[in-house]
Design a protein around this ligand. Structure first.
Ligand SMILES: Cc1cc2nc3c(=O)[nH]c(=O)nc-3n(C[C@H](O)[C@H](O)[C@H](O)COP(=O)(O)OP(=O)(O)OC[C@H]3O[C@@H](n4cnc5c(N)ncnc54)[C@H](O)[C@@H]3O)c2cc1C
Length: 333
């Protein structure tokens, strides 16, 4: 796409269960920051069925224009139709900056769209900042498994990035804001798609979702076996929280992969994160360092996690967990 013809910041809004997903307020927040720095408009593309109220909500989050594709064929995310719509929108609107969430949708669609548009993609950004002389956006992301931070710019347009969840403060809502909702008619041609969804089932999540939990009890390799994770689950349950774990716990199949915390797992920001038998690798801490309070239980006083934790207990978790459980059971609910 022509460099000097490209204008505006645009993001793909995520519509789930008849409402806006949480990532939208974060995309609006970082999108607005870049749009202001560029002196350009912020737009969102909203694809789904029954989306009109959500379009208005996007405007209240700071979006100037919402391109709306409201079509029952788009009830669920599907790679090929989304790819077809998004590439057509990008060809027509020629945005300067294109943002997606680093979510299931963005991780699936981003590389496909970048390939289709023949542009670069910087995934999982934790910061975006405009470089004033060049008009390029400086995109910051963890590299080498989170051991260091890389800063990238993209020469072609749109400058495309996926934005990590919980990396930006959500944009506040202003219900008095005015904006434009533009219908973008798009007819799906099913014959042009190679894949067909034959069935869909929601993953079973008991209780609070990990990403939304205020309290997380997280276990690592130090827990030792799947059976002992049950004791951590008991603590999580008593505290009204959620269980999580390190990649080592997931690799050992003590926990399902959707409960992994870290750079290749979920990024969480609970009020309380209790890390038990976790060493505190940089890849794990990248997922939980935003927690307001971290309590670490580890038998090794030199464990890395004690450098990040607000409170630490140097002890075999098997000794300390039973009295903690007893005390927690007596707490008022
Ligand atoms: C590209 C890449 C991406 C990665 N992504 C992630 C990620 O998203 N999330 C993640 O977690 N990891 C990730 N990892 C792996 C990461 O580097 C570590 O290997 C992993 O986090 C270690 O898990 P752990 O702390 O449970 O295990 P360990 O490092 O083995 O630590 C176990 C800890 O338990 C303590 N312990 C043992 N027994 C007890 C006991 N009885 N009581 C108390 N303490 C005890 C030990 O002292 C030790 O500190 C990634 C690695 C790479 C290369």
């Amino acid at each position: 796409m022509e460099l000097n013809q490209s204008k505006g910041v645009i993001f793909l809004a995520e519509f789930r269960n008849q409402g806006l997903a949480e990532i939208n307020a974060e995309l609006a927040s970082v999108g607005l920051k870049i749009a202001r720095q560029l002196g350009e408009e912020l737009s969102a593309v909203l694809i789904g069925s029954g989306t009109t109220n959500s379009a208005q909500e996007l405007i209240s989050l700071g979006v100037d224009k919402v391109y709306l594709i409201d079509n029952p064929d788009f009830t669920r995310y599907r790679s090929e139709p989304y790819l077809a719509v998004m590439s057509q929108i990008c060809q027509e609107l020629q945005p300067n900056v294109l943002l997606l969430g680093h979510t299931e949708v963005g991780r699936d669609l981003g590389p496909r769209l970048a390939f289709r548009l023949n542009i670069g993609l910087v995934p999982n950004c934790i910061d975006l900042e405009m470089v004033s002389e060049s008009g390029n956006v400086q995109m910051t992301r963890p590299v080498y498994g989170g051991k260091t931070i890389g800063i990238f710019t993209v020469e072609n347009r749109p400058q495309m990035a996926t934005v990590g969840p919980k990396r930006f403060e959500p944009a506040p809502k202003d219900h008095t804001r005015q904006g434009e909702i533009i219908s973008f008619p798009y007819e799906i041609d099913e014959t042009s798609f190679k894949k067909k969804i034959v069935d869909f089932s929601e993953g079973c999540v008991e209780g609070v979702k990990l990403e939304d939990a205020e309290i997380i009890v997280s276990g690592g390799r130090g827990i030792g076996c799947a059976e002992d994770f049950e004791k951590l689950k008991e603590l999580a349950q008593i505290l009204g929280g959620c269980i999580g774990g390190s990649r080592a716990a997931v690799d050992n199949e003590w926990l399902p992969s959707n409960l992994q915390v870290g750079i290749t797992g979920k990024v969480v920001s609970p009020n309380l994160y209790i890390a038990i038998g976790i060493s505190g690798s940089i890849q794990h801490m990248a997922g939980c360092s935003a927690a307001k309070t971290i309590i670490a239980i580890n038998r090794d006083p030199e464990a890395q996690i004690f450098k990040m934790a607000h409170f630490g207990v140097v002890c075999d978790w098997r000794k300390i967990l039973p009295p903690i459980l007893e005390i927690c059971k007596t707490l008022p609910r």
